[in-house]
Design a protein around this ligand. Structure first.
Ligand code: G3H
Ligand code: ZN
Length: 287
């Protein structure tokens, strides 16, 4: 059964570790992430962008697939199905489709409008027992057509959103979606500490988890980050492994063209990436 992310993130913040959110694109991705979390006895959050939801045939298809896999694979660790960077309309669609967690990305609205829309969503999520993530200060880079500016959040704005009763808060601290450029100055721990000072115990979310150096991840967790989103790194690992298989001509040998064989190296690569992240974030054996 899907669960809200509230309890797993409260435990993570208190225990000084973070739960990974891994974005899904299809059955193979979802199955691999679930099996890896189960093997490591770790809670996990499956992230679905609106683009990925559309690709998979709509949010209801996604929720049906994930619920089917939880039962079919006998997954017993806590799993949240979470809308990633949701629009206001997308949030309603996912609530209706049976997601257990949503993110309303109101960072591009003027703060008053972000507050108004978030307030409404807090009420609905509380009624339905869902967790809600809000964002302040756009995350840099590009993800699935969503382009952020990479700003550092204003800690006072973070407090005004946190005080509305959201479950978790994504604050921009110089993090970027996708690969980090060579001249990236790193995370702004000054901003993160100032945000934490204002929002107290609220679990904080670090987007753009791909390629952040290990020491920065650990420091961010020590400053209140309880959820870390990873997407591009799984995609890169998957693509490289499948390319290697095809370039070696394996798809031409025997039944190597069978999609179950062709995609298997990609799934193994995702598994390794997810395993590394779960171990780095410290959520193994925390289910
Ligand atoms: O919302 C999802 C992410 O923030 C993932 O970022 O693609 O840089 O790992 P990433
Ligand atoms: Zn993100």
């Amino acid at each position: 059964m899907l669960v809200s992310a509230k309890e797993m993130l409260t435990k993570a913040r208190e225990g000084k570790y973070a739960v990974g959110q891994f974005n899904i694109n299809n059955l193979e991705w979802t199955k691999t992430i679930l099996l890896t979390a189960q093997e490591l006895n770790s809670p996990v959050i499956l992230g679905v962008s609106e683009g990925a939801g559309k690709y998979m045939g709509g949010f209801k298809t996604v929720s049906g697939m994930v619920n089917g896999l939880l039962e079919g694979l006998n997954i017993t660790v806590p799993v949240a199905l979470h809308l990633d960077h949701g629009t206001y309309e997308g949030c309603y669609k996912c609530i209706e489709a049976g997601f257990s967690s949503i993110m309303f990305d109101g960072s591009h609205y003027p703060i008053a409008e972000n507050v108004e829309k978030t307030t409404e969503l807090v009420k609905i999520c509380n009624e339905k027992g869902l967790s809600l993530e809000a964002e302040v200060g756009a995350i840099g880079g590009e993800e699935d057509g969503v382009i952020g500016m990479g700003e550092c959040a204003d800690p006072n704005e973070c407090k005004s959103i946190a005080d509305l009763g959201v479950t978790m808060l994504a604050a921009g601290i110089g993090n970027i979606h996708g690969k980090y450029p060579a001249n990236w100055p790193g995370l702004s721990f000054e901003t993160l500490a100032a945000v934490k000072e204002k929002v107290g115990d609220m679990p904080l979310v670090l987007h753009g988890g791909t390629g952040i150096p290990e020491d920065m991840i650990k420091k961010a967790i020590s400053l209140g980050v309880a959820k870390i989103n990873v997407n591009t790194e799984c995609q890169l690992a998957f693509a490289a492994a499948v390319r290697k298989y095809i370039e070696a001509g394996k798809d031409l040998e025997g039944k190597g063209f069978d999609p179950r064989k062709l995609l298997a190296p990609g799934c193994d690569a995702i598994k390794e990436t997810v395993r590394e992240k779960i171990e780095l974030f410290g959520s193994a054996n925390k289910a």
